[in-house]
Design a protein around this ligand. Structure first.
Ligand SMILES: Cc1ncc(COP(=O)(O)O)c(C=O)c1O
Length: 1008
């Protein structure tokens, strides 16, 4: 059916509606393929849709719609659907006439408020689930409803989709191949498809027919509208159509179907045999769509819009072609609560009746006991990445383990999340950021090279491959076993080349027969000899390989497809160790650890490993870390780790003995400091550094009064809290103590004085505090500030402020402290220490976090004069400060910064990031300010009236976490996103950060 040229003006529509329905409203035309639709807005309710039907539409179509809507309404009053509005004449429908005198049948139906699915951003799993629920409820409501109109063939009906074969000639190359691939699949399964349950279903849950609530966070689908395509067909087609549209533009379309399917199944239970057709049904809806587009293009070759509109369908078809039909089925089954693999239970039942020993598979090995080897991401045995990448060292450790357990087989690894698959080969970008294949699907047996391997059951060789080439995995054999009414497979990886070289596919093997021997290291990418033994219930589409590891998000499906090999051996010692659940950790923590400890994120992360700019959780998920400035030269920097480990093995004691490490660290530090600051004291934390600095002030000046900035934070000890407005002016605080004098946050963006040239105004505020102290007949002790105020929200000090403030303080005998706990050690890029940005030399510099790269160490640098006055006879003793281990670590951190040119990196990447962030600011007005130096940046979010936007800032940090990027928020109004990553942060890390920030800043919650 094609659109005819019936024309009617909006005012005619308005008059008609007033005359026939006594409804006053304004009409606007809506887009539509065949019918003419007008939206009618009124003052009193949500409004209406005025539908003018195509002349070829028999009255029965209107009757169909009428009966269908009443059926749903009678069945389920909680489903929001349009209602037909009765006219004054009380007739089922009316006719309207255009200027040419042609008459058309019309209906007025209620307008359902809401946003279109296509306008919602982001579309998260909950939204998909709610769409599935609505679609399922609708299908359920329509059960038992019949109408003759629903039997009429429709080109959009998937059950009729083979008509598209007649138009294959419109396509060529890859497109043609894809279409005929799916058409053939559909044709091949048509006979069982024909037998599936049928009913009248909506059949058109596309982007423009789905309405979503207006909530900006966690909205739900409120209604599915437009029943124009409802038809009597296989029920599975309905969810297939919803999937086909909803998963377009997703990196991983299969994953995107899962919540949708779960939602649907929760309301309308799908059958296992229906799921078998879902993959192809989704494809066929897309095949119809692109064929229709090609036909339209053929009719209107110049219509560029047609080209654009078909693009997402083609992209999805291409991706869908690469999704294994079988794996999709297992995923669908898992989503609907069936065993992902239909034979899982059969295998488990059968396996429970078997009784194998390890000597059945390794008859030459006399030991039958197992020593479990933990190679999981949190294993301390595998240690640092550099260590497990060193295969010689790994071999040494394995051999030692074998030696210390001579009566045991070293084995383990089923479903273990391993950090060892770190190459990009194992990574991909899913629907929410980076994903790594970390979950190991087999069991590894670490045995000497050439250990003979025998089969446990009769079988036939289906794969025999020499993988010593590119992948360096040695020989691989896969055997097929036929057991009663099902088959399964066993996989033997890392065999010798000899094991596969003469072993032909098709060879029958008898239970207990030798099939090969373990490969040598040089056949196996230098890996220590071991057998990777895996059980599979299917080979999927694999012919000469099979995955041995998988993504965490697919774990449930793979677990069913590759059951635990230990089901055959039933050896307790081979079962992976149970890890403590996050809930248990949390509840212990709540009960027994300090109540004022806080946790990041609503669902706190369990981080078990660090690596450069990344943190890894217990499942091996990698998070890009923009928060932890403490891991200055990269999480678990190997040189630093080694320096600490080595010294720890020799000696750790206090500073009352001579040791070179303390001098070594002192020399490294002095090299970076101005010559005036040439005396050092070592402590254990930033707080201790500031505590000591305050004591120095008191010792040198004899005064207690300190001047500090509003929202400054300087540590957790009593004296540090007393100068930290961030704490005493915050929750639980009691305001400034008597001897603390706070001046306003020198924030040129939203502070007391704004814009350029405000340095002197803020310096004047410092003078006011000096005057205050004098008014109390006391004198100034010291002045403390960070060069960029971190907790204040990455506040850069205005130009000229610091020199002037120092001048004023010193003029009255006070000392100046620069708190470099966050800003020091090269992070600023341009300079090594933050105060150097302002051309001043403090009297005391306090150093903390970055100096130990995670190890607790701090330092205080001061002038000779300060040091001498502080040494008034009382010994400064610090049990741990300056110990040889901490000093080895500190010295190595500083050497690493210098050797790896990390200060230069902070400058280069920091400048790049800042420029990119400024571009974001010009795209998203919600970003009020971008500021900072080097890799110490801040993004402040405000509305048009400069009001802080804390909820939006928090939203960004949480959404970034969903995409595997950690960010922190701060500032007195909690509206600043902070970026202060390890300074090994690379350009590609920066690009990834910007990519996801841009994506999330575009989300609905960010529009104000
Ligand atoms: C600027 C500043 N000074 C001092 C400290 C205290 O350091 P620590 O936590 O190592 O005691 C911190 C900690 O966050 C800080 O940010």
């Amino acid at each position: 059916m094609k659109k005819d040229n019936f024309e009617i003006k909006t005012n005619q529509v308005e008059n008609f509606i007033f005359n026939e329905f006594q409804i006053k409203g304004t009409a606007t035309k809506l887009p539509g393929e065949i019918d003419l639709n007008f939206r009618i807005k009124t003052d009193t309710n949500d409004g209406f849709i005025f539908k003018i039907f195509h002349p070829k539409d028999a009255l029965s179509r209107i009757d169909f719609l009428d009966k269908l809507l009443s059926h749903i309404e009678n069945y389920r009053s909680d489903l929001v659907i349009p209602r037909i509005i009765p006219n004054l004449k009380k007739t089922p429908f009316l006719s309207v006439t255009d200027e040419k005198g042609t008459a058309r049948n019309v209906l007025l139906i209620s307008w359902i408020p809401g946003r279109l699915w296509s306008a919602v951003n982001p579309k998260l799993e909950n939204l998909y689930f709610s769409l599935g629920m609505k679609a399922g409820s609708l299908t359920k409501a329509l059960q038992g409803f019949r109408h003759s109109m629903a039997e009429i063939d429709s080109v959009w009906d998937i059950s009729e989709s083979l008509w598209t074969k007649g138009f294959l000639h419109f396509f060529s190359g890859e497109q043609k191949e894809i279409l005929s691939y799916f058409q053939q699949l559909f044709e091949a399964s048509e006979s069982s498809y024909e037998k599936l349950r049928k009913s009248i279903v909506h059949s058109d849950a596309n982007d423009n027919n789905i309405l979503v609530g207006t909530e900006k966070i966690d909205p739900k689908v409120t209604s599915i509208i437009d029943f124009g395509d409802a038809c009597h067909t296989q029920i599975i087609n309905d969810i297939a159509i919803a999937c086909a549209y909803a998963i377009m533009d997703k990196n991983d379309p299969l994953q995107a179907t899962i919540p949708l399917l779960k939602g649907y199944h929760s309301k309308f239970a799908l059958q296992e045999k229906e799921l078998e057709h879902l993959y192809v049904a989704i494809a066929m809806r897309l095949v119809i769509s692109v064929t229709k587009s090609a036909m339209n293009k053929n009719d209107a070759p110049d219509n560029k819009y047609l080209l654009i509109s078909e693009k997402p369908a083609w992209e999805l078809l291409k991706k869908w072609r690469n999704v294994s039909k079988e794996f999709a089925l297992y995923s669908f089954r898992n989503a609907c609560g069936f065993n992902a693999h239909p034979d899982e239970i059969k295998f488990k039942n059968w396996a429970s009746t078997t009784n194998f020993d390890f000597s059945d598979i390794f008859p030459n090995v006399s030991n039958n006991a197992i020593q479990l080897l933990d190679l999981s991401v949190s294993s301390t045995w595998i240690g640092h990445q550099e260590e497990f990448n060193d295969l010689d060292f790994f071999e040494f450790k394995i051999k030692k383990l074998q030696k210390s357990h001579p009566k045991k087989i070293i084995a383990g690894g089923y479903l273990e999340p391993r950090p060892i698959y770190t190459s990009e080969f194992f990574d991909s970008v899913g629907n929410s950021g980076r994903e790594s294949r970390t979950i190991h699907l087999g069991v590894d047996f670490w045995l000497p090279k050439e250990t003979p391997v025998h089969t446990l059951f009769d079988g036939e060789i289906v794969t025999s491959i020499n993988q010593t080439g590119d992948k360096q995995y040695g020989g691989l054999l896969i055997l097929k076993h036929e057991i009663e009414d099902f088959n399964f497979y066993t996989l033997y990886g890392h065999l010798s080349v000899q094991s596969v070289i003469n072993t032909k596919v098709g060879t029958k093997i008898k239970k207990g027969q030798k099939i090969g021997t373990l490969g040598k290291q040089n056949e196996n990418g230098n890996w220590v000899p071991h057998l990777h033994f895996q059980v599979m219930l299917s080979l999927l589409n694999f012919t000469d390989d099979f995955p041995g590891v998988t993504f965490y998000h697919q774990l449930e499906v793979w677990k069913s497809l590759c059951p635990d090999p230990n089901l055959l051996f039933k050896n307790e010692s081979l079962n992976p160790k149970k890890s403590v659940s996050n809930t248990e950790i949390l509840s212990f923590r709540k009960e027994h650890l300090g109540k004022s400890l806080s946790l990041q994120y609503e669902n706190p992360l369990k981080i078990v490993r660090g690596l450069d700019a990344y943190l890894l959780d217990e499942n091996g998920k990698k998070y890009l870390d923009t928060v932890n400035n403490v891991a200055h030269v990269g999480h678990e920097n190997f040189a630093v780790v080694k320096a600490g480990q080595q010294q720890m093995a020799l000696l750790n004691t206090n500073t009352r003995y001579l040791h070179e490490n303390i001098n070594e660290l002192a020399k490294e530090l002095l090299e970076t400091l101005p010559p005036q600051l040439n005396v050092l004291h070592f402590v254990n934390s930033g707080s201790e550094a500031n505590e000591l600095a305050i004591r120095m002030v008191q010792a040198v000046t004899g005064e207690k009064d300190m001047i500090a900035s509003e929202v400054g934070y300087h540590g957790n000890s009593t004296m540090c809290i007393a100068i930290s407005s961030y704490k005493f002016d915050g929750k639980g605080g009691k305001g400034a103590p008597e001897h603390t004098h706070i001046f306003p946050l020198p924030d040129v963006f939203r502070g007391k004085y704004r814009g350029q040239n405000t340095g002197k105004n803020y310096a004047f505020e410092v003078q006011k505090q000096i005057d205050n102290i004098h008014k109390k007949n006391r004198k100034v002790g010291g002045f403390i500030i960070e060069p960029i105020i971190s907790c204040g929200g990455q506040i850069e000090l205005p130009e000229g402020f610091l020199p002037k403030a120092y001048e004023l303080v010193r003029a009255v005998g006070g000392l100046c402290i620069s708190d470099e706990v966050q800003t020091g050690c090269g992070r600023m890029g341009k300079v090594f220490w933050g105060f150097q940005l302002h051309n001043v030399v403090p009297d005391i510099v306090t150093i903390g976090k970055p100096l130990g790269n995670g190890h607790p160490i701090g330092a205080v640098a001061c002038t000779q004069e300060v040091a001498e006055k502080f040494a008034n006879g009382m010994e400064y003793f610090n049990t741990f400060g300056g110990n040889p281990v901490s000093c080895a670590i500190g010295a190595e951190v500083l050497k690493t910064v210098k050797r790896e040119k990390l200060q230069e990196n902070a400058l280069k990447i920091g400048d790049f990031l800042k420029e990119e962030l400024k571009k974001l600011r010009s795209e998203f007005p919600i970003i009020g300010d971008v500021r900072g130096q080097g890799l110490f940046l801040g993004i402040e979010l405000v509305d048009g009236k400069m009001n802080p936007l804390a909820a939006q800032t928090d939203y960004i940090a949480n959404r970034m976490k969903d995409h595997g990027i950690l960010m922190s928020t701060d500032g007195p109004d909690h509206n600043v996103l902070k970026i202060k990553p390890p300074i090994v942060f690379s350009k590609s890390n920066a690009k990834e950060l910007i990519f996801y920030l841009r994506m999330i800043f575009a989300e609905d919650f960010m529009t104000i």
